[in-house]
Design a protein around this ligand. Sequence first.
Ligand code: G16
Length: 543
Amino acid sequence: MTIREVATTPFPDQKPGTSGLRKKVPVFQQTGYAENFIQSIFDSLEGFAGRTLVIGGDGRFHNRAVIQTAIRMAAANGFGTILVGRGGILSTPAASHVIRLHGAFGGIILSASHNPGGPTEDFGIKYNIANGGPAPERITDAIFARSRTIDRYRILDAADVDLDCDGETRVGDAIVWVIDPVADYTALMEELFDFAAIRALIGSGFRIAFDAMSAVTGPYATEILEQRLGAPKGTVRNGLPLPDFGGHHPDPNLVHARALYDEMMGPEAPDFGAASDGDGDRNLIIGKGIFVTPSDSLAMLAANAHLAPGYARGLAGIARSMPTSGAADRVAEALGIPLFETPTGWKFFGNLLDAGQATICGEESAGTGSNHVRETDGLWAVLLWLNILAARRQSVQTIATEHWARFGRNYYARHDYEGVDTIAADAVIASVRGRLADLPGATIDALRIEAADDFAYHDPVDGSQSHGQGIRILFEGGSRIVFRLSGTGTSGATIRVYIERFEPAGGDLGRATGDAIADLVAAAEAIADIAGHTGRTVPDVVT
Ligand code: G16
């Protein structure tokens, strides 16, 4: 087998976003496109000769082709061992665990997460470091810089590896191991949670509906919920990962998991409904008759985590991304532990987790996780909920109601304006930014603005600074509006407006969210004039 140095020219658009490089499949199918980016990753790393690289993906269209390319390139660049999930499958949290468990140098995860898949849909490549977490900005910046100047990539002439057969193959000087993608992850979940208690809960007639959205979580959820925990066959729906996710958008929210939501609100609802996304890192939690927002879920999980064996000794701290509601802050305060507010993106939690300063982290974007891996983990959140339900033997509704009665309630919604012209989206943000100095002290209807800023983060562990991470408008009484642009879209820009009303304990805690935040929604439009800048009068997605 010969190693070839292939001459190439840079592509100008290989800047990683919130979570790796995401583009349409035809972009990735351009000659040399994936190769350039993978070589730029390797060229930005040092000291991996002879070490282990983990490769896996969410099974979407183009997954297998890029996995074969990545294997040949990893072998040609000097990795000693390459671990690949059978079928090219590894959920993002499972990949994070495999990297940590096997002491790998890092991993390449092929996913565009919750974005749709198929020949003209989305694809993505992300690099994770040895702690199992997404590469920090210092590395993603280096990858982008390298992609701008790259003039050759290194690849081995070798036959395709049989990805469907567990075991060992030699590719050049490297050993490629095809591994069971589910086994290591399942064993970790068994360590963290009281499977016997959950099994007893399910045995008592507790009904679960889990929608895997024809994405990567199917095999994991089937093994854990149906095989290990005894839930009846059929508990996991859409459990077979499909390259196009069955033509759906594998995003577990109230729009794309609507059928599950409707069922959970109906008279025959199961006791617990959940869903996960394309690569298995997001989660949706719905109780009988009640949707739990991701921000509330983080707060409720943190408040009850001690009921699961893996967290019985308590939490060191809680971290949330800035746009995530302040519900978790009140739990941290009650527990007497620190609360960290980071920019959007799981990569910002890595240092806090490594330093032992935070145990549980969460984001409004339906990501929740802990120090067990360095990624957000959809099935983990589902299992922690089930462990809590098994320990408390109360409904999701009762747990939520008691939580709000103690801590107050953060009514919360995110309004997304998708596929907006980039110039118009930038103008929205620029105009709000331009008003920051004037907003404090202003009132809009009865709402008084206390402070307004452009969020910046100072990492307490490595001292790094991140600026321009979203605009916060803070109102008296703890309510808030946040404006930012998504970093994960692949066409045009997505404007995200995050709206939150805080209602203290003793207040009106049972309102419909839309009613509770209506004045803040109007205030957001008054401040940002999204309609004027973009022509959009209503958001495309409300979650
Ligand atoms: C990714 C990141 C998350 C982030 C989310 C939203 O999620 O992993 O940490 O919160 O994007 O990012 P944005 O608001 O910039 O679109 P995923 O599930 O897409 O990998």
